[in-house]
Write a protein that binds this ligand. Structure first.
Ligand code: C2E
Ligand code: CA
Ligand code: CA
Length: 644
């Protein structure tokens, strides 16, 4: 009869209990791999308890009915191989997680299932032949000649893992690579120890060590996972992309960005907001078995999945769109998570993870501005992105080499029948000597933070021109402000410093802002505006008449002039209703104590309409196109001498 010390099994059990207590039940999204790991962990712990029970029974073998002894031990042999196979299955699931070949994982499952079945059959045959173990009439336990067969199964499974590993190593994660180097040697060492010293009981320890290594690699709360959604974060997403691109596998990435999440946070509070984020993450994880979901950034999820046939792809798109049009319910809260979707297909030219990230970031910026529910990263978007990259590069060079110029467009004033002010418009040279439109590079400069450099350069150039004393513009020169400047709480003091440095006073410089800027950050922009007004600077409201125009917002701040956008001006000569609208707007602005500048005036007909409507100031190609500072000096001089 054998006498085993139970201490190793008890220690292993304690170790497993610690792991079980540390499982992150609430936050984990239950993927098949997670389920498999949890099941393996619980079954292993149960096996150890069962084994301890077996040992106690064997110690009192004579007093226990023979059939019961056989049943309990037979069950143990089956449980051990089942728990071992579950652990192995988890390793396969994790190993093949980034390999889009369904056959591999199916083959692995079949092989594991086959080995488990064979061994189970052997355990049942053992009841008759006793080649694993048998009991004598006194209840004494004896090992059979094939007692170590179970370890043979473990070694066979390890062999399969290595085969799989070498076949797919380019697409196997770093964690898995580390794990696969660590646990097989530990397992083999413990098996050798167990076989060479029959007094030891190491089965529980083998399983517990493997579980510990896997837990540390994949399930501990570690960097790379978002604590709110339980999803991998942007870094983990990037590592996933690196593996997929290294393996040259076709795949697609869908981005889902929530468009009005601030509203939910305000209505329900941040805690409930987080729970909504978690619900959506879980739903996305469950939406298909072959998706990996990440928290890409903020309230944007990324879903990586295989390229699907057209029909399936459309069906999945519909599923996503439909779900995000329905309510999400959390206790008493029910909210719609409005979303915009983007789709990026990797099939095509080879690319690396950085290039994919750049494309996704660009697609996301387009999604945020889009009024369509889906944005596809197609050829048009791709060439826009390339152009944007070029602009970004040109901007960087222009900032480094002072490559900007400031041009000026004179503004004609009816009251004095002369040019009374000008708008400063920045220019940037292309590599081939042409100019890039500011309408194209200003948004890139705003997004990349380079707008600050441009603004200060323009301000200093304008101050230099005015302080040179060669131009006489009674209402000064206006400069366009971006949101980034309005966010600076010390903007008024900094501008004042520059203006004073050139010996100018605030009324010589005007600032143009759009209503979009005011309404996107009303508090910050409003504060800056008020501080500057107090210092004596005056503002023009730019681009009135496009998109955002809201007459109520105009009344909130004291603008010196409202600039009617060229889209509005363009229609007044041909459309009676537009003329009527502009007439009423002008009356309203005048009642509020604000003047009107009409922008984009190109024709004599437009001018005739505007003078009839009594618009004070006119800016447009009809009078002058933007020109550099030297030309402006000449233009104003020439106009002065030509005046009748
Ligand atoms: P904006 O502030 O509305 O400037 C007026 C734009 O309309 C200028 O284009 C000007 O050349 C153009 N324009 C003037 N008269 C006419 C006309 O009769 N017909 C037509 N078709 N266009 C006319 P530009 O210089 O290309 O500037 C485009 C936009 O870039 C500006 O629109 C402004 O939003 C931005 N921008 C230009 N310079 C700066 C700057 O220094 N800072 C910032 N933040 N933005 C700037
Ligand atoms: Ca402007
Ligand atoms: Ca404008």
């Amino acid at each position: 009869m054998e006498y085993w010390s139970m201490i190793t099994e008890i220690l292993s059990l304690l170790l497993l209990v610690v792991l079980i207590l540390n499982l992150n039940y609430k936050r984990r999204v239950l993927t098949p791999a997670v389920r498999c790991f949890w099941a393996g962990l619980f079954l292993t712990a149960f096996c150890i308890v069962w084994n301890l029970f077996c040992i106690l029974l064997i110690r009192h073998g004579g007093a226990v009915p023979y059939q019961f002894l056989v049943f309990v031990n037979t069950a143990y042999f089956i449980l051990v191989v089942l728990s071992g196979s579950l652990i192995a299955l988890f390793v396969f699931e994790k190993m093949l997680e980034h390999v889009y070949d369904d056959h591999c994982i199916k083959r692995a499952r079949r092989m594991l299932g086959g080995l488990t079945l064979i061994y189970t059959a052997v355990v049942f045959l053992n009841l008759r032949y006793g080649f694993l173990f048998w009991f004598d009439r006194e209840g004494g336990y004896h090992r059979g000649p094939l007692n170590v067969l179970g370890y043979g199964i473990v070694v066979a499974e390890l062999g399969l893992m290595y085969l799989c590993y070498f076949k797919h190593r380019v697409s196997i994660s770093k964690e898995m690579k580390r794990t696969i180097k660590l646990f097989p040697p530990v397992v083999l060492l413990l098996i050798v120890l167990q076989i060479s010293d029959q007094e030891l009981l190491l089965n529980g320890m083998i399983a517990a060590f493997v579980e510990l290594i896997l837990f540390l690699a994949f399930h501990s709360q570690k960097m790379g996972y978002d604590s709110i959604t339980g999803l991998g974060n942007r870094d983990t997403f990037f590592s996933d992309l690196e593996l997929r691109t290294a393996g040259d596998q076709p795949f697609q990435v869908l981005l889902i960005t929530l468009t009005d999440f601030n509203g939910i946070n305000t209505r329900c509070g941040h805690q409930v907001g987080n729970e909504f984020l978690y619900s959506a993450a879980s739903w996305l994880e469950d939406s298909r078995t072959d998706v990996s979901v990440y928290r890409y950034i903020g309230v944007t999820y990324a879903v990586i999945m295989p390229c699907l046939p057209e029909e399936q792809s459309m069906a999945y798109r519909k599923l996503l769109q439909d779900r995000f049009e329905e309510d999400w319910t959390l206790g008493a809260y029910s909210e719609k998570l409005q979303a915009v979707f983007g789709s990026y297909l990797s099939a095509g030219e080879p690319h690396n993870a950085n290039q994919v990230m750049e494309a996704l970031d660009y697609m996301l910026s387009v999604m945020k501005r889009s009024d369509q529910p889906w944005v596809d990263f197609d050829r048009t978007l791709s060439s826009q992105m390339v152009r944007r990259r070029k602009i970004s590069q040109l901007l960087k060079e222009a900032v480094e080499q002072q490559g900007f110029e400031v041009w000026y467009q004179p503004v004609y004033c009816w009251k004095i029948r002369s040019f009374c002010s000008a708008e400063a418009l920045v220019r940037m040279k292309d590599r081939d000597g042409g100019y890039v439109s500011p309408a194209e590079f200003i948004p890139v400069a705003e997004a990349s933070g380079m707008i600050g450099e441009i603004f200060w350069f323009v301000l200093k150039e304008v101050c230099r021109l005015i302080s040179g004393g060669q131009i006489a513009l009674p209402d000064g020169i206006s400069i366009n402000l971006s949101m980034t400047q309005l966010e600076d709480p010390d903007l008024d003091a900094k501008i004042m410093e520059v203006v004073a440095e050139y010996g100018l006073s605030p009324e010589q410089i005007k600032f143009e802002i759009t209503e979009e800027q005011l309404s996107s950050h009303p508090v910050i922009a409003g504060d800056t505006l008020r501080k500057m007004l107090r210092r004596g600077f005056r503002f023009y409201l730019d681009d009135f008449g496009i998109g955002y125009s809201n007459a109520a917002a105009v009344a909130k701040y004291q603008f010196e002039y409202i600039k009617l956008d060229k889209s509005l001006v363009g229609e007044i000569a041909t459309d009676d209703r537009s003329r009527l609208l502009v007439r009423n707007l002008i009356h309203m602005f005048r009642d509020l104590g604000m003047g009107v500048i009409a922008e984009g005036v190109e024709t004599a007909e437009q001018l005739a309409c505007l003078t009839e409507l009594d618009v004070e100031k006119i800016q447009g190609f009809y009078y002058a196109k933007p020109m550099d500072g030297q030309k402006l000096i000449g233009f104003l001089r020439g106009y002065g001498s030509d005046r009748r």
